[in-house]
Ligand binder design. Structure first.
Ligand code: M6R
Length: 365
């Protein structure tokens, strides 16, 4: 039931504060991740992990890409991420003490399951699933499971499943990092940031009206670029995927530093450029990338921290998302990109919940 909402996708976007709370429930205290957060026996398994291999498809793959930044930064453990359809058809080397981590909303994605079954034969330490559907094949075939409590996701374009996957992955990262020298102080700082998420997501949802207005700039465009740096690069990829899936506008994500190495040649007044810019260490670099875009007439849509000192001016639209912790920023900054793609699709009159050519669950190759 869509209730008061025009589409399931919009309803699911608005459910995010609630389902994120549900995903954290019983897994964290005020300051810590609970010992039993990943189920019994998890700590023994995590203690010896030296490498994490993440496998997923589509949006779930983007969640895995964000997690790689967290795992290497907070746990200091090497992490590889690959789309299942590539992994399963190439010869691969499994490092010793690898944790094999599959991420899937449905738990029935054919390529992800095939990659897991194949890796089982090659041998790894343990298989962890991050999944939204209890009793799914993925859940049944894994040693450890973190359920995302997003509830049923009806819209083909994944929204709440993605942000609850990210929350689960961050909790997992903290549990892993504890075995690898993460200080109690740093853990407390990040857990505090997790508790702030539902409120911050409500604040991001409050930008809805403004984003709906800005979305008009996209309806007559055929192409768009999405830029981000660091963990915001996969957020840009996810924003681009959403836009292409439901509005049928070609959208490509680039790490902002790659602009000069090719895509800048595409930028003109017909190319809107969307940027997510919360990260202070990388902000200065990003700002000079934005100037390069502006100098070529590209219209910029920037979602930035209030401290970024980016000012609204002709050709640069700035929407501020104040005070988000740099670790949880990928979760909060996803929201405005979901809303943007939603409004563009509504204006274009596409079938938002059932985009052409796509199925909710890809159970065949
Ligand atoms: O159920 P899964 O998470 O394994 O599905 C993976 C992809 O098929 C899925 O994320 C797809 O890319 C979505 N339509 C994205 O919105």
């Amino acid at each position: 039931d869509k209730g008061e909402f025009r589409h399931y996708m919009l309803k699911e976007i608005y459910e995010q504060p609630k389902v994120i709370k549900a995903t954290m429930e019983g897994r964290i205290t005020d300051r810590r991740v609970l010992e039993q957060a990943l189920g019994t026996g998890a700590n023994e398994l995590l203690a010896d992990v030296r490498h994490v291999q993440i496998i997923a498809c589509g949006t779930s793959y983007h969640a895995g890409m964000v997690a790689r930044y967290w795992i290497e930064e907070l746990a200091g453990i090497a992490c590889s991420v690959e789309v299942a359809s590539e992994y399963r058809y190439r010869k691969h080397v499994i490092q010793p003490d690898t944790l094999f981590l599959c991420i899937s909303q449905s738990g029935e994605t054919a390529d992800t399951l095939a990659a897991l079954r194949q890796a089982k034969q090659a041998g790894f330490r343990a298989a962890l699933a991050i999944c939204n559907v209890p009793g799914s094949s993925l859940v049944r075939e894994s040693d450890l499971v973190i359920m995302t409590h997003a509830g049923p996701e009806i819209g083909v374009a994944s929204t709440k499943a993605f942000t609850t996957q990210l929350v689960s992955l961050l909790i997992f990262t903290l549990a892993l990092a504890r075995h690898n020298g993460l200080s109690e102080e740093r853990e407390a700082d990040i857990v505090t940031a997790l508790h702030q998420l539902p409120g911050q997501i409500d604040d991001a949802l409050a930008l809805d009206g403004k984003i709906a207005e800005l979305s008009r700039a996209f309806i007559d465009k055929n192409h768009s670029l999405f830029l981000g740096r660091g963990a915001m690069y996969p957020v840009a990829m996810e924003g681009a995927l959403k836009l292409k899936e439901i509005s049928y506008i070609h959208a490509e994500a680039y790490p902002a530093g790659e602009l000069k190495h090719g895509p800048l040649a595409l930028v003109d007044s017909e190319m809107p450029v969307v940027t997510v810019a919360p990260n202070n260490e990388l902000l200065e670099k990003l700002k000079s990338n934005l100037e390069e875009v502006r100098a070529r007439g590209g219209e910029l849509f920037v979602f930035a921290d209030g401290d970024a000192e980016l000012k609204e001016q002709p050709g640069i639209h700035v929407m501020q998302i104040p005070g988000v912790h740099s670790i949880t920023a990928p979760i909060v900054y996803t929201l405005p990109l979901q809303l943007l793609s939603y409004h563009v699709a509504v204006l274009k009159g596409t079938d938002v919940d059932q985009p052409r050519n796509l199925a909710k669950s890809v159970t065949v190759e």
